[in-house]
Design a binder for this molecule. Sequence first.
Ligand SMILES: [Zn+2]
Length: 435
Amino acid sequence: MIRLHDTMAREKREFVPADDKRITMYVCGPTVYGRAHIGNARPAVVFDTLSRLLRYHYPQAEVIYARNVTDVDDKIIAAAEQEGVDPSVITERFERFYLEDMGALGVAPPDIAPHATQEIPAMVAMIAELVASGNAYEAEGHVLFSVPSDPDYGALSRRDREAMVAGARVEVAPYKRDPADFVLWKPSAGGMIGWDSPWGRGRPGWHIECSAMIRAHLGETIDIHGGGLDLIFPHHENELAQSRCAHSGTPLARYWVHNGFVDMGAEKMSKSLGNIVTPEELLKRHDGETLRLALLSAHYRSPLPWTEPLVAQAKAILDRLYRLVGGAEAGEVDQGVVEALADDLNTPLALSRLGAIAEPATLKASAKLLGLLTKSSSAWFQGDTAGADVEARIAERNAAKASRDFATADRIRDELKAEGIVLEDGPGGTSWRRA
Ligand SMILES: [Zn+2]
């Protein structure tokens, strides 16, 4: 039996899918205009682990895990304007980076990755339904969701009206009938990215994207809706209201699962504080599995302070497990590990049970449920020094370039390329990644 903490119920509940032959999970994915930080990687790793557990627990079922890509957004438009390029240049670049970073952390691609720009007709259709049912209205080229039209609004976040209005940080706009109303569609001026609609040329608000894509790909009610704690309000509250009103009161999700934040100990990790740690940077010094284990070392609902000792400890655990597992092939999965994961994804307990397994084949199979010990033991220990070595050779190449010895510089670049290391020269120096 799997038990999950459901944010709507505020308690752990036995997980019973609506259809045990087809299990659906949707997780809000990245808005692709910048590099992910390690806090963004936490939901990717947590829900990847949950999807592994579901696939193990329901071997006969089709588990459909959808994670969207928000590729139209005001931050994307601003980034594109700043660079003087089409928004698609920004979104394609940062989606590629996101997939590379998450792939390095052992996150499998979701089964479905719907892109907002590819799903505009589904969003327009849902907005039109909400207008027809009296749950939305048009005003000055905008379409707004009417919060007072939904008596159940606020059920997920359990906020009173005042807190909702304050929390939504709503801009005071003269066309809003109620300060809590939120945008479903907004006008796009001039050359700005936009699509034709019954309300003029424009683009969708963020919340409608998930509601429309969930319906199009998974159905009116899904089993699990996931994301970070910060999405409960307003994003998930708004998704829920839109879908419930468009579907005559049918709930959007049977279980709402939210992960906690990664912080920097005393302070929150945020761009404005300038204390962002990115997988891109961390992967130069650490193996992706080390970072994955560090992210799974706390229970997903707890805050996770990101520190160097945390990463060092994760590395030490993996060294010990890799020494034990050697070149073993996967055998039977340890039921203690399964039970720990099935209890609301208790990864700290699962890791401690993993550490107690003495049989290499059992260890290999059980670690796979957590996305760990995926390499051979020899590859793990060889990879140890690779990062430092690459940095040393980049320094050597820089010295060669500085003394105009371009033949040596090119030779070093080609040698690294042959080892699967790609160098990227930019204004801030040379960075590298594994191809
Ligand atoms: Zn969403």
